[in-house]
Design a protein around this ligand. Structure first.
Ligand code: SF4
Length: 428
C-alpha cells in the first residue's frame, strides 16, 4: 500500500518532507499556517471531551506506532501504563538527538513545530500529565528559537487549556539521550542513568510517574488519530508496518531524512530514496542504527530495516540513522571511531563501561586485533554495564569479528568483495 502518491500525501506542505526526502524549501509553519490546515482541532476536541481518550488510545495501539527514539516500545501501551499510575503525572520529551548520524527530529522540528506540540497536548490530556518538560540538545540553537517561538505563540492564543510546558536545555552529553539520565539532568543533577526497576513510567521525573517520549513519536500523533490508525499501519514492506524516518548519510548521491515504509531494505532505501550510491562508490558496509546499532556488510543489504529484524544479525535499528560506507572506507575505522565516541561519552558511573570502552578503543588501534582480549571485554561490557551505552558498546567489535575479519588480520581478503582501491588501507 505504500505508493509514492500516498507518501506524498503524508508529506503535506507544513512538514516540508517529501517522498524521497527532498526538502521543499521549508518555511517554518507558524501558528496561523498550522491552524489554516486544521491544526489544533484535534487537541481542542480531545481536551473539550468531544473526542474521548479511549478512542485516541485505541488509535495509538492499532497504528502500531512504536517509540521512535530507539527503544521501540509500543506508544499506545506506554500511554495506558502511565495513565494507570497515581497522579500527579508528568511528561518528559526527548529532543536530545545525540545519536551520531541522526537528524530527523531536527528536520521535522525546523519545519513543523506545532505538529509536535499538538501531539504533546493530545498525549498530555489522554494520559493526564500536568506538566511537560521538553529536553532539547544545546547544540540545536536554531531549533530552540523555533520551538520557543512556537510555544509562545501557542500560549498567547491557546486552542484549549494547556498543561505547563517547560523547555529545558541539555549540555551536550550523549548519555542524556538515555531516558533516565535525561530525567536526572532535567532535575538539575549530573546526567547518569538510573538502575531499573522502578521504571520511569512508575517513578520518573521528580519521583512521579512519567510519560517519556522522543520528539518524532509525538509528531505522528495528530496524523494517526485524524487519518485513522490504518493509515499509518498501512505502510510497510516485507511484512513490517508503519513509516520510519531514516536519517541517511555517507556514500549516497542524496543523503537526508527519508520518510519510507518500515521494513524497507538498505538496498531499496539507497536506490529508491537516495538516488543510488555516490559516483565512484560501491556499497561495502552500512551502519543501520547510528553508533550503537552495529555494522553490516553489503551482502546483508536486503535485510528489512525495522525494530526486531536486525537482531538475528547482531544489530538494531535504534533511531534509524543509516550510515553508508563504500569500498573507500574500512568498517574497522568506523568501529574504532564509534568505540572512541563511547569512551568519550561514557558517564563513568560503572567500571565495565568506563574502563572497557577506553581499553577496547586502545586495542582496536592495533593492525591485528587481540581477539581474545577484545572478546573478554565485549562480554563484560555487554553483561555488566548499567545502561544501553555500555551494553551496546561491544556491537562494533562483534560485527568486525563476524563480518569483516579480513580487515583485522583474522582472515584473507575475500575474492567476492570489491577489492580495496589504491590508497585504501587493508590494515592500519
Ligand atoms: Fe554510564 Fe556507561 Fe554505566 Fe551507562 S553503561 S551508566 S554510560 S558508565
Amino acid at each position: 500500500p505504500c505508493t509514492q502518491d500516498a507518501l506524498h500525501f503524508v508529506a503535506n506542505p507544513e512538514s516540508g518532507i517529501t517522498h524521497g526526502g527532498e526538502s521543499v524549501a521549508p518555511p517554518v509553519a507558524d501558528l496561523a499556517t498550522y491552524r489554516a490546515h486544521g491544526g489544533y482541532a484535534l487537541a481542542a476536541a480531545v481536551v473539550n471531551g468531544e473526542t474521548d481518550a479511549e478512542s485516541v488510545l485505541a488509535a495509538m495501539a492499532d497504528s502500531g506506532l512504536r517509540g521512535l527514539g530507539g527503544a521501540g516500545f509500543p506508544a499506545g501501551r506506554k500511554w495506558r501504563i502511565v495513565r494507570e499510575q497515581a497522579a500527579p503525572r508528568l511528561m518528559a520529551v526527548n529532543i536530545d538527538e545525540g545519536e551520531p548520524g541522526t537528524f530527523k527530529d531536527r528536520t521535522y522540528l525546523e519545519r513543523d513545530p506545532h505538529r509536535f506540540l499538538e501531539g504533546l497536548l493530545v498525549a498530555a490530556q489522554v494520559v493526564g500529565t500536568e506538566a511537560c518538560y521538553i529536553y532539547l540538545r544545546d547544540e540545536y540553537h536554531g531549533c530552540r528559537a523555533i520551538l520557543q517561538r512556537a510555544i509562545d505563540e501557542l500560549q498567547a492564543d491557546p486552542p484549549c487549556p494547556l498543561p505547563r510546558i517547560e523547555l529545558r536545555r541539555g549540555a551536550g552529553a550523549y548519555i542524556c539521550g538515555e531516558e533516565s539520565a535525561m530525567i536526572e539532568s532535567i532535575e538539575g543533577k549530573r546526567g547518569e542513568p538510573r538502575m531499573r526497576p522502578p521504571y520511569i513510567a512508575q517513578v520518573g521525573l521528580f519521583g512521579r510517574p512519567t510519560l517519556e517520549h522522543n520528539f518524532e513519536t509525538l509528531y505522528w500523533v495528530r496524523d494517526i488519530v485524524e487519518r485513522g490508525p490504518q493509515w499509518f499501519a498501512g505502510f510497510g514492506r516485507h511484512g513490517r508496518q508503519g513509516l520510519r524516518s531514516f536519517s541517511v548519510s555517507g556514500r549516497v548521491k542524496a543523503p537526508g531524512v527519508k520518510l519510507a515504509p518500515a521494513g524497507i531494505t538498505l538496498r531499496e532505501l539507497v536506490d529508491e530514496y537516495c538516488g543510488g550510491m555516490a559516483e565512484g562508490h560501491e556499497l561495502y558496509a552500512y551502519l543501520p542504527g547510528g553508533a550503537s546499532g552495529g555494522i553490516l556488510p553489503a551482502r546483508l543489504a536486503d535485510v528489512p530495516l525495522d525494530f526486531d529484524t536486525l537482531q538475528p544479525h547482531g544489530c538494531f535499528i535504534g533511531s534509524a540513522a543509516v550510515i553508508v560506507l563504500s569500498q573507500h572506507d574500512r568498517a574497522r575505522d568506523a568501529a574504532l571511531n564509534v568505540m572512541r565516541f563511547f569512551a568519550h561519552e561514557s558517564c563513568g558511573q560503572c567500571t565495565p563501561c568506563r574502563v572497557g570502552t577506553a581499553k577496547a578503543a586502545q586495542l582496536m588501534e592495533a593492525p591485528r586485533w587481540d581477539a581474545d582480549t577484545l572478546d573478554d571485554l565485549a562480554l563484560v561490557m555487554g553483561d555488566a554495564s548499567i545502561c544501553g551505552l555500555g551494553q551496546a558498546a561491544p556491537n562494533p567489535i562483534r560485527c568486525i569479528h563476524k563480518y569483516f575479519p579480513h580487515e583485522v588480520g583474522e582472515a584473507p581478503w575475500p575474492g567476492d568483495l570489491p577489492p580495496p582501491r589504491a590508497g585504501v588501507r587493508t590494515e592500519r
